[in-house]
Design a protein around this ligand. Sequence first.
Ligand code: ZN
Length: 292
Amino acid sequence: MPTHHQPSPNAAARRLGAALLSAVAILASTASRAQGPGVMATDGYFEVARIDSMTFAIHEPKYWQQSIMYVLKGEQRSILFDTGSGTRDVAFMADKVTRKPMTVIASHMHYDHIGSHGSFKSVAMIDLPETRAATRDGWYSPPVMKSLWPFSSGFAVTEWWKPGDVIDIGDRRIEVVHIPGHSTDSIALVDRARGYAFVGDHLHGGTLLANLPGSDLAAYLQSTRKLLSDFPEIKTVFGAHYQGRMTRDSLVALETSLAAILEQRVSGQPLWWLGWTAARYPGDGFTIVAAP
Ligand SMILES: [Zn+2]
């Protein structure tokens, strides 16, 4: 019996959303790649890769945005950072990684990061006025401008973590950092001892979107600077899509690129982006899409 799994009160709505997401995934997916390097387990959809003996990535390579979730194990409990698109329930694979009690928290509330939140008994939420306002009787219902998907039915919240909180999961301390920019509710989890920062959509080796509802380029830069200045320990940065593993140098490159865009020292290549006009700014190992 999976230890973390519970039937969702909104299973039907979730299944509908998942079915639609599957259809989108099938239409949009690039050719699925062969089993990636370091993959230690797969169910044919998810792939689990070991980062170290207490840290694992769960990839969703067949999903069109190639989402990546992370399991941070402690001696007492574990954290699952993001639950992916919900195309397939990640709870089953998370159970393969650890039997320790698992608490889920999302890097941010976009639909492709909260897809299987409803399957977990223990769900933490970043404590911000906006997330409190969208939670009634312990149930978070994401506003569509936060999830960017009208079928996100929400999930039960069992814990609130404040920006700056240090969560002790047993011989491992994880710091919660609010990093608005990509979205207003974006967070990073930092493990100073290991030099890891898990940053969601803030930085990965793909297209970084700074043009969504709630995106803020100045906040994006400020959050990047906060990560660099407040956490000199950070060596490795783990993002939530495509090539997830980045470095401190990538974070510095991101700071440089964002500052150049904000100060209008570079001009982007115009592109039409789902009805918005935007501009593409190639960076060092990533691309930023921002308002023109
Ligand atoms: Zn996002």
